[in-house]
Design a protein around this ligand. Sequence first.
Ligand SMILES: CC[C@H](C(=O)O)C(=O)SCCNC(=O)CCNC(=O)[C@H](O)C(C)(C)COP(=O)(O)OP(=O)(O)OC[C@H]1O[C@@H](n2cnc3c(N)ncnc32)[C@H](O)[C@@H]1OP(=O)(O)O
Ligand SMILES: [Co+2]
Length: 133
Amino acid sequence: MKNVEHIGIAVSDLSAAEKLYSALLNTIPYKREAVESEQVTTSFFKINQTKIELLEATGPDSAIARFIEKKGEGIHHIAFEVEDIVAEMERLRNAGFTLLNETPKRGADNKLVCFVHPKSANGVLIELCQEIR
Ligand SMILES: CC[C@H](C(=O)O)C(=O)SCCNC(=O)CCNC(=O)[C@H](O)C(C)(C)COP(=O)(O)OP(=O)(O)OC[C@H]1O[C@@H](n2cnc3c(N)ncnc32)[C@H](O)[C@@H]1OP(=O)(O)O
Ligand SMILES: [Co+2]
């Protein structure tokens, strides 16, 4: 793992959350991006080497919609940057972690991503992301 790439926060109203986090962080989002496969729209703030990713569901089957329904708005996941996501997935599988996708999938912000089940990580949803070079 190289660094904490972003912290994902589930929000019900992305525009309202962007205004709030712009005031809180004293900066504005550097990008908004829809990820249709995840039924989310994301908005990214950059704070030096780490980012905040706000996520709003765009459909009822979205993981974000289910999360907010069950737990309300809040921290949804922690994403770590990795050099080689395929090798990291293999390492984690061999170490007994439950992965939520067999192969890396296209994420936001020009990344390949995969997720580790929260039950494998003390109740925290973990995302691995590798820059698409
Ligand atoms: C990829 C685009 C973007 C990016 O950065 O590039 C993103 O980050 S997209 C983020 C949204 N997508 C995902 O989260 C995909 C991976 N997530 C999943 O596959 C599901 O959300 C899953 C399996 C984590 C939970 O699925 P579901 O909610 O349908 O199942 P349950 O409600 O039965 O939950 C099982 C168990 O896990 C607990 N849970 C659920 N979500 C979280 C969470 N975010 N953090 C911690 N714990 C979570 C839930 O409470 C259940 O626990 P239990 O004790 O049984 O109540
Ligand atoms: Co994420």
